[in-house]
Ligand binder design. Structure first.
Ligand SMILES: Nc1ncnc2c1ncn2[C@@H]1O[C@H](COP(=O)(O)OP(=O)(O)O)[C@@H](O)[C@H]1O
Ligand SMILES: [Mg+2]
Length: 312
């Protein structure tokens, strides 16, 4: 089973500061330090307005004026061993870097699909832009494969976005982000707009895909209970600063920062008996050392039917 925090880093963010240069400048990210390990799911938590999206955009170099990176270094550690200075990338290299090595599912992304193009056309466009040598058959095969992986029937390739449910559209966006097999996927509130059942299905899918394909995930949400279930480690942001970063387990049991404790306390579901881990069943093998006794006997959410633990 992945013990991702021990794996090699895939992304290092050092002392990142992002300022919105408006009348009264807003320092939305302040001296952020962050290491993401290969294959790790890193949760980024914090209430609305604390700077999560700004941080994600900066890591992608997708920030636009008035946002400005005032300081910091962002290094991508490619699996080939090459280190990429993300802030120094020029246009063409930057375009190749995005989607290919690091992709992003944007907040509200499911409404960002092109309404007048089929899913097939949108996947093919991305593949043609980044993989100009792919044949039509390869494009078709890859498009079908990626949809299947996120649990959408490839028969939907001919559909337009409005013909799909919200959950399906969000799955398509995740498929899009996976299309080029990036080493990192940043997901900004990917399931916030969905109902709880659909949200859980998709989260389970993301954890399973990570186990299969071993990409790293930065999962952003204000929903701390959800992060506790799916993350290897969690960073807590407060007013632009990362005030705590620890394993999900330690953060839950012995948070160091008062704000983290306050945040934990603000979710009634965490004060009582904790709900079953989404990863229960996937994660049982390494749950032993910390003991899952307290997570209780609630087997409801543990009906992980997918036999992916063969990879353990
Ligand atoms: N275009 C902008 N101009 C000025 N301030 C902005 C802009 N976008 C975001 N901010 C401010 O930056 C801070 C962080 O916002 P954001 O990164 O969207 O937070 P989060 O994703 O955690 O909700 C907020 O105080 C927000 O008001
Ligand atoms: Mg946001």
């Amino acid at each position: 089973m992945t013990t991702a925090p021990d794996a090699a880093p895939v992304l290092t963010v050092e002392d990142l500061t992002v300022v919105y240069e408006v009348d009264e400048p807003v320092t939305a990210v302040r001296g952020a330090d962050l290491t993401l390990h290969r294959g790790e799911i890193l949760g980024l938590a914090g209430e609305s307005g604390c700077g999560k999206t700004t941080l994600a955009y900066a890591v992608n170099r997708l920030h636009r004026p008035p946002a400005r990176i005032a300081s910091g270094r962002i290094t991508f550690h490619d699996k080939s061993g090459e280190d990429v200075d993300v802030l120094a990338l020029e246009d063409a290299a930057l375009r190749a870097f995005r989607w290919d090595r690091l992709s992003m599912v944007f907040q509200g992304a499911m409404n960002a699909l092109n309404p007048v193009a089929t899913i097939r056309a949108q996947l093919a466009d991305t593949l043609r832009a980044h993989r100009p040598r792919m044949s039509r058959k390869e494009i078709r095969d890859r498009s079908e494969d990626v949809l299947r992986r996120v649990g959408v029937d490839p028969g939907r390739l001919g559909s337009y976005p409005h013909q799909l449910s919200g959950g399906m559209r969000q799955r398509v966006m995740i498929a899009m982000a996976m299309l080029l097999e990036p080493q990192i996927m940043i997901m900004d509130e990917p399931t916030t707009a969905l109902d709880v059942v659909v949200q859980r299905d998709i989260l389970r899918e993301i954890v399973r895909l990570r186990d299969e394909l071993d990409f790293a995930v930065v999962f952003i949400t204000h929903d701390l209970p959800l992060l506790l279930e799916i993350s290897d480690r969690i960073a807590v942001m407060l007013e632009g600063e990362i005030v705590e970063l620890d394993t999900a387990e330690r953060l839950y049991r012995q948070a160091a920062h008062p704000y983290t404790r306050k945040l934990l306390g603000s979710f009634p579901s965490l004060s009582g008996e904790r709900g079953a881990f989404i990863r229960t069943g996937i994660d049982e093998t390494d749950a032993g050392e910390t003991g899952t006794g307290e997570t209780g006997t609630d087997g409801a959410a543990a009906s992980e039917s997918d036999p992916t633990e063969e990879r353990a």
